[in-house]
Design a protein around this ligand. Structure first.
Ligand SMILES: Cc1cc2nc3c(=O)[nH]c(=O)nc-3n(C[C@H](O)[C@H](O)[C@H](O)COP(=O)(O)OP(=O)(O)OC[C@H]3O[C@@H](n4cnc5c(N)ncnc54)[C@H](O)[C@@H]3O)c2cc1C
Length: 206
C-alpha cells in the first residue's frame, strides 16, 4: 500500500485541463500534488507497471503557461510541480521570481532569466528560457549544472554533462518527454546593486 507525502485530487481537476493559451481543454482523471520526489517515483512506477495497454498518460505541469496543452494529460494524471518547493538547490516547481528574490538576499542572481518571471524552473528548462541575458549567457538551458529527473519507469537519476549526459541534454528543452525534472542546480552570478548610476542616462553632459 502506498503512503504519499502529498496527495491525489480527483474532484477539483478543472484548472489542470486549461492553460494560458485557452485553446485545448482536456480534463485529467487526477492531479498529483507531490510533496516529495518519492511521490513522483511511486506514481510513475505504478503507471509504468500497468503497461502500454492502460493508455494512462502523465504530464508535469509547472505554472500552466503553455499555449497548446503541452502540460495536459487527457484522462490521465497531471503532476502539479508547484507543490514541490522544498530543496536547497532549486526545486523544479519553484517560480523564477522566488528564485530571484532568494538569491538577491545573498547578493546573487541567476545568470539567465526569462523576461516574465512567473514561470516555473522545470517549465522553462523543458522549453529553453529566453530573456535579455540570452545574448550574453545563452538561454536558461545553457546555464544548468545538473538535474535530478524521475524517468517514466519511476527511476531517479542525477544527470549533468558528465553523468548521464543523454538524459541531461534530452530533458533540457524536452517538454517533459524524457522524465520529470524534480531539481536543478543553476548558475548564479553577482547581482549588481544598481543598473545605472545616472538617474537619467540620456541627459546630455554639456
Ligand atoms: C505571459 C507569458 C510570458 C512568457 N515569457 C517568457 C519569457 O520571457 N521567456 C521565455 O523563454 N518564455 C516565456 N514564456 C514561455 C514559457 O517559458 C513556456 O510556456 C514555459 O513552458 C511555461 O512555464 P510553466 O512553468 O508555465 O510550464 P507549463 O506550461 O506548466 O509546462 C510546459 C511544458 O513543460 C513540461 N514541464 C513542466 N514542468 C516540468 C518538469 N518539472 N519536468 C519536466 N517537464 C515539465 C510540461 O509537461 C509542458 O510540456 C512565456 C509564456 C507566457 C504565457
Amino acid at each position: 500500500m502506498w503512503s504519499l507525502d502529498g496527495h491525489f485530487e480527483f474532484k477539483d481537476t478543472q484548472h489542470a485541463s486549461r492553460d494560458f493559451g485557452n485553446h485545448f481543454r482536456f480534463p485529467p482523471h487526477a492531479i498529483l500534488r507531490p510533496e516529495s520526489v518519492s511521490d513522483i517515483v511511486m506514481t510513475l512506477k505504478s503507471v509504468y507497471e500497468m503497461g502500454p495497454s492502460s493508455n494512462l498518460t502523465v504530464a508535469a505541469r509547472g505554472h500552466g503557461h503553455s499555449l497548446q496543452g503541452q502540460a495536459q494529460a487527457p484522462g490521465g494524471i497531471v503532476v502539479e510541480m508547484e507543490s514541490l518547493r522544498d530543496y536547497i538547490d532549486v526545486s523544479s516547481g519553484e517560480l523564477w521570481i522566488n528564485v530571484l528574490h532568494e538569491s538577491l538576499k545573498h547578493g546573487l542572481a541567476p545568470k539567465s532569466w526569462t523576461d516574465y518571471l512567473y514561470l516555473t524552473v522545470g517549465g522553462t528548462l523543458s522549453n529553453a528560457g529566453v530573456s535579455g541575458q540570452t545574448f550574453r549567457h545563452g538561454p536558461q538551458i545553457n546555464n544548468v549544472r545538473n538535474l535530478e529527473i524521475v524517468t517514466g519507469r519511476g527511476e531517479v537519476f542525477n544527470c549533468s554533462s558528465e553523468e548521464n549526459p543523454d538524459l541531461f541534454y534530452g530533458a533540457l528543452g524536452g517538454l517533459g518527454q524524457f522524465g520529470i525534472i524534480t531539481r536543478a542546480r543553476i548558475d548564479l552570478e553577482k547581482a549588481p546593486k544598481m543598473v545605472c548610476k545616472n538617474s537619467n542616462p540620456f541627459k546630455s553632459e554639456s
